[in-house]
Design a protein around this ligand. Structure first.
Ligand SMILES: C[S@@+](CC[C@H](N)C(=O)[O-])C[C@H]1O[C@@H](n2cnc3c(N)ncnc32)[C@H](O)[C@@H]1O
Length: 822
């Protein structure tokens, strides 16, 4: 596997591997931080990473055909910590720049580094990831601390992650979106989406043709759904890094996801034409990344070694079947569906596929040998042997089991297909850790058979909801409730449960079971009550998401001729093509009080033509304008909102810029150079008088308020800047000053990229704080050492103590810097 130093360094000082006690998804939304698990949970020695049931169960399933040697490889690979992998966002203008920076600047610096006598692996591209945008970087925390080049690269990754150009994601978690092959016009549904690493990949694919010159608003749609309310906030957080008018987040049980409707003109070639006025919204792409036992994540969730048992997979099987069956019903005839889990268990994988295909013969598994050809994979299993209890009593067939346990919990579909059934299960993909140093994963691609485009989908028994859910296995509830994937920057750290605690021991099940049962009941009611509502939700009419008992604000579209909308159009010189009728606000009055959101036509139609009273919409569209609060009035330059005029009280948000930019008349953009950018980065409100003549006259020609500036790459070198391409950024003009309207983190990332150092006020303050802390630590240490030396009474001892004090202070400084990164 080509690891460096991992035996010793990844296991930390105690020679142990860090643990987190419950499974997390293969995908996660953490910022790129090397070895992120190193500060969580308890330690587990490598020799304790052993579970006879786990090993016996999978040997019984005959996962591998390479003999004892391969089994050893598999189990040994599971004991190794997972390497860090990340991907560069394809949609960003910066994708090529970042790839070049890694290949041509960082890679040479990181090649040949020796740490503690061993060669450190430089970052390397994931061979199967398209266009070299997926990367593997595996280095110990100690090496990262001590080596300045490694540390510099790590800082680069952290900053680019903060601004959404890079996403840390487990390698296998990148696979389902790649197999879905989403195009900008697709209607996409991600049914079990939180925390959202795959969602953000899907969103990037939806925006793949976006550029500042073409329309950044894809015609398609992505609905990301999760049944866990808390976790839907992670989805919103993740996707905020790629603001999209084509994006919605919903919160409902996927197995009863309601049928949505569209007006005829937007529905395309809909399957169900029985309701000509309100055809069903059928999706071109659906991802079912279902809740699972998660034993493929053993490398990062080492608690699984302790509490793994076959009943987790058995208990999840029926829900997984229902979610997949529901997805099949919502797929467009020419659509594609991906089913995935981070579990190795055939009961959660092949058995689910077999049952879904059995109940719906119009579908088939797609053979995908030529997709991602470099990806090493194994075929899906055609047969397996369920275990009926924790003691691992195996039954070869349903008949045998049913005879022994007439009212047992296993059902027919837990068992392999009969001899006469051939679902071509070998077309699904199994990924094992030893194949290419990843987690374990399962993927299957499904589509309707060409010969039966409109065969009806027969769904399995509908969920009986509350009782059944309350009886659900612990792992399912634990996964649903888990907040392990909360991005570090977004969530306070809570005390980690002990390594060996089962979810039951963590005492979290009962409240959750109640909550889930309630939600399930509400969702069931919602599904049955969902029906088309023909009226668009303009001001004064019934708003989507309003009057629904949810605390989320309703969605109200405002008229295109609203004075605030028109004011924004005028202020930024937007062309008539700007979709002014797709602007919504989120308050019951439907007034443009604070923020204006933009949707595309499809999201507008979905909001307007469906009854969302019982389906919680967490977000829809993207915020583009916001009211500029009166803070400017208090500043030294004394400008006020009143100075700026009514309309200009709204300003363009930096996250709204890519969406609005294609509609801004090019001649209205303020031309600027790197010198101006430097001044704008260095101060919050630099005075206009301090800028170069050309910039001053360009700005003076504009009214006060929100504008966009183009910092030209050709004029980049002047201020020590490296501008690989033109930069377009929102600015705010007041009477005597100009400000760059991006947040602190984005400013720091920009400064690092363009000027090679963080010149921002926040960056300078942070550096100063660190310097003072170091000085203070130096002084304290020197004082202590001097006192010790005086006590020892020797002049020679004083000199030595001084040297040691420096070393201690250095170590402390490093620890501080690291704390701040994370
Ligand atoms: C494997 S995780 C999904 C990971 C996600 N696709 C990603 O890449 O970040 C499974 C998710 O399914 C959600 N879930 C569990 N039961 C569900 C249900 N009945 N309907 C919808 N979502 C469900 C869980 O809350 C969890 O967030």
């Amino acid at each position: 596997m080509g690891r460096n130093k991992r035996g010793s360094s990844r296991r930390g000082r105690g020679g142990k591997h860090q643990n987190s006690s419950r499974p997390t998804d293969a995908g996660d939304g953490h910022p790129v931080v090397v070895n992120p698990d190193d500060n969580r949970g308890e330690m587990l020695a490598k020799e304790d990473m052993h579970n006879p049931k786990f090993e016996a169960y999978y040997k019984r399933q005959a996962l591998l055909d390479g003999g004892e040697e391969e089994w050893t490889k598999l189990f040994e690979a599971f004991k190794e910590p997972l390497p860090t992998t990340f991907r560069i966002a394809r949609t960003r203008q910066t994708a090529q720049v970042l790839k070049n920076a890694i290949e041509n600047i960082y890679l040479p610096q990181l090649t040949g580094i020796v740490f503690e006598g061993e060669l450190v692996d430089p970052p390397r591209p994931l061979s199967w990831y398209p266009d070299g945008l997926g990367w593997h970087f595996n280095v110990s925390k100690q090496a990262l601390r001590k080596n300045p080049d490694l540390k510099k690269f790590h800082n680069f990754l952290v900053f680019e992650t903060e601004v959404g150009n890079i996403t840390r994601q487990e390698a296998v978690s990148m696979l389902p979106p790649l197999f879905l092959d989403v195009q900008p016009h697709h209607k996409v549904l991600d049914l079990c989406a939180a925390p959202g690493s795959k969602t953000s990949q899907l969103l990037e694919a939806l925006h793949s043709s976006a550029s500042p010159t073409a329309s950044s608003v894809p015609p398609g749609l992505l609905i990301a759904n999760d049944s866990d309310y808390k976790r839907t906030h992670l989805l919103i957080h993740q996707s905020a890094r790629l603001p999209s008018p084509a994006f919605m987040v919903t919160n409902v049980d996927a197995s009863i996801f309601p049928t949505l409707y569209l007006p005829q003109d937007l529905a395309g070639a809909a399957l169900d034409t029985r309701k000509p006025k309100a055809p069903q919204l059928l999706f071109d792409r659906i991802l079912c990344d279902v809740p699972c036992s998660g034993d493929g994540t053993l490398r990062k969730n080492i608690g699984i070694w302790k509490w793994w048992n076959p009943m987790d997979g058995n208990g999840l099987h029926s829900l997984q079947v229902r979610i997949l069956q529901r997805a099949m019903r919502m797929l467009h005839p020419a659509g594609r569906l991906v089913y995935s889990t981070c579990s190795l268990n055939p009961i959660e994988n092949e058995a689910v596929l077999a049952e879904a295909l059995r109940t719906n013969p119009a579908f088939e598994l797609v053979d995908v040998p030529s997709s991602l050809p470099e990806l090493v994979r194994r075929p899906g299993l055609k047969s397996w042997t369920p275990a009926a209890d924790r003691q691992m009593t195996f039954f070869e067939s349903w008949d045998e089991y049913h005879a022994a346990h007439p009212s047992g919990k296993l059902v027919r579909s837990h068992f392999p297909p009969d001899a006469g059934e051939d679902f071509k299960l070998e077309r699904s993909l199994r990924i094992y850790p030893h194949l290419q140093d990843t987690g374990g994963f399962f993927i299957a691609v499904l589509q309707r058979k060409a010969s039966e485009p409109s065969a009806a989908v027969k769904e399995g028994k509908r969920p009986a909801a509350a009782d059944e859910v309350a009886d659900a296995p612990e792992t399912k509830k634990a996964r649903l409730e888990s907040d392990e994937d909360v991005p570090m920057s977004a969530t306070p750290v809570s005390e980690a449960p002990p390594a060996t605690a089962t979810p039951m021991e963590q005492g979290r099940l009962l409240p959750f079971a109640r909550h889930f049962a309630d939600r399930h009941r509400l969702d069931a009611e919602a599904a049955s009550s969902s029906k088309p509502t023909p009226e668009p939700t303009e001001r004064g009419k019934k708003p989507a998401g309003g009057d629904n008992g949810f605390k989320e604000m309703p969605y109200n579209f405002i008229p295109a001729d609203d004075p605030v909308v028109q004011g924004c159009i005028e202020q930024l010189s937007l062309t008539p093509a700007f979709p002014a009728s797709n602007i919504l606000v989120r308050n019951p009055a439907g007034a443009p009080a604070r923020s204006l959101y933009l949707t595309n036509d499809l999201v507008r139609a979905v909001l307007a033509h469906n009854d969302f009273r019982r389906v919680r919409i967490m977000t829809a569209g993207t915020k583009i304008f916001t009211k500029q609060e009166g803070g400017f009035g208090k500043r030294a330059d004394t400008s006020t909102d009143a100075d700026a005029g009514g309309a200009s009280q709204f300003r363009l948000l930096s996250e709204g810029l890519p969406v609005v930019l294609p509609y801004i008349k090019p001649e209205s953009i303020v031309d600027a150079d790197a010198g101006a950018l430097r001044m704008l980065v260095e101060a919050y409100y630099p005075l206009l008088a301090g800028f170069g003549e050309a910039f001053v006259s360009a700005v003076q020609a504009k009214p006060p308020g929100s504008h966009v500036a183009r910092f030209s790459a050709s004029a980049g070198d002047g201020a020590g800047a490296t501008l690989p391409h033109d930069l377009l950024l929102p600015i705010w003009k007041s009477n005597v000053s100009v400000s760059l309207m991006i947040d602190k983190k984005a400013k720091s990332a920009l400064s690092l990229r363009v000027f090679g150092e963080d010149l921002s006020v926040a960056g300078r303050e942070l550096a100063e704080k660190q310097r003072l802390k170091r000085e203070k630590a130096d002084a304290v240490a020197a004082e202590e050492d001097a006192a010790a030396a005086r006590a020892a009474g020797g002049a020679g001892a004083e000199g030595e103590a001084e040297g040691e004090a420096d070393a201690d202070a250095d170590a402390e400084g490093e620890a501080d810097a690291e704390g701040e990164d994370e």
